[in-house]
Structure formats: structure tokens, C-alpha cells
Ligand binder design. Structure first.
Ligand code: THU
Length: 168
């Protein structure tokens, strides 16, 4: 191999301009994430985030951001949803996740972009790896469109994983 090889990654996602273009099942998860923003506890940022998970039995699991006066103690909506499902559903392993959606809005405003933070991407991906089946993801973009990723792994190339741990 040459000492310096330029490589490029291609990122695959669908982009929709209209929620009507989503499937009924996708639209249900999309709407659930938006509705969940009403359950956020975000008195400090006043940025209300909702996450909805579609499970294999067709039920939904929700999460919202939960803030705290000691700011770093709060948690994002995506992780609240996933940890709540995996740690509190009474089943181990937790139910299979088919897809998820995220939504965000200011306390008194319109829905805007909701792109998961790096820590949430890391956590989301581990649940996908753990269940061995891809999880699709719907995100409202900065441009006001809807982004649909086929798998969470597409959001975090070169991620840290169990394979990086020397001893397991
Ligand atoms: N937040 C989320 O819930 N999800 C994200 O992916 C990004 C940020 C929350 C954390 C905090 O409560 C508020 O949004 C402002 O950062």
C-alpha cells in the first residue's frame, strides 16, 4: 500500500421534504417524537427534545431530555429513551428496536432541527450492535427536511466499540 492513501466515505440517507412521503409506521414514530417533546424537563435550556422508539411488537417507547440544576447531571432524550427501555422494561435482552425518531422545539416555539449529539450516537449505536439488526432513524435537519438513515452505524463512522477494548 502507498504510504499515504486518500480514502473517502460515502454517507447514505434519504431526504424528504414532506412527512406525507413517510410510511405510516415511520409517520407514527415521527409524530410520537414530536408529541413527546411536551414531556421534556428542560427548564434551563428551554430546548425540549423528544425521542420515540418503534419496537418489534409495534409498541412505542419514549424519552425526553431531563435536565438538572447541576447541569451535567441531565440526560438527552435519546439516551433517556434507550436506557429506560433497556433498563426498565422488565425483559433482558430488551425488545428489538426497529426504528427511531427525534424531535426538538424551544419551549414556546416551532419544531426545529434535532441532530443527536456525539454521546447519544455512541449509545444508540451500541444498542443496534447489541441486537444485531439495523435501526432506522428519522431526524429533522437544519434545512427543515427529514433525514432517514437506514442504520445507526451510518451516523458514527470510526466509533469506539467493544472491539477496541483489550480485555472483555
Ligand atoms: N439534547 C438532547 O436531548 N438530545 C441531543 O441529541 C442534543 C441535546 C438536550 C440536552 C439538553 O437538555 C438540551 O437538549 C440542550 O442541549
Amino acid at each position: 500500500m502507498a504510504p499515504d492513501t486518500l480514502r473517502q466515505l460515502a454517507l447514505r440517507y434519504h431526504e424528504f421534504t414532506d412527512p406525507a412521503a413517510l410510511t405510516a409506521s415511520e409517520r407514527r414514530v415521527w409524530e410520537a417524537a414530536r408529541a413527546a417533546t411536551a414531556l421534556a424537563y428542560a427548564p434551563y435550556s428551554r430546548f425540549h427534545v423528544g425521542a420515540a422508539l418503534l419496537l418489534a411488537d409495534n409498541s412505542l417507547a419514549l424519552g425526553t431530555n431531563q435536565e438538572n440544576a447541576a447541569y451535567p447531571s441531565g440526560l438527552c432524550a435519546e439516551r433517556t429513551a434507550l436506557f429506560g427501555l433497556a433498563g426498565g422494561c422488565g425483559a433482558a435482552p430488551p425488545p428489538r428496536i426497529m426504528g427511531m425518531a427525534v424531535a426538538a422545539r424551544p419551549a414556546q416555539g416551532e419544531f426545529g432541527p434535532a441532530l443527536p449529539c456525539g454521546a447519544c450516537r455512541q449509545v444508540m449505536l451500541e444498542y443496534e450492535t447489541r441486537q444485531g439488526q439495523p435501526i432506522w432513524l428519522l431526524l429533522p435537519s437544519l434545512a427543515g427536511t427529514i433525514l432517514r438513515f437506514e442504520r445507526l452505524a451510518d451516523l458514527l463512522p470510526f466509533h469506539f466499540s467493544a472491539a477496541d477494548l483489550p480485555v472483555r
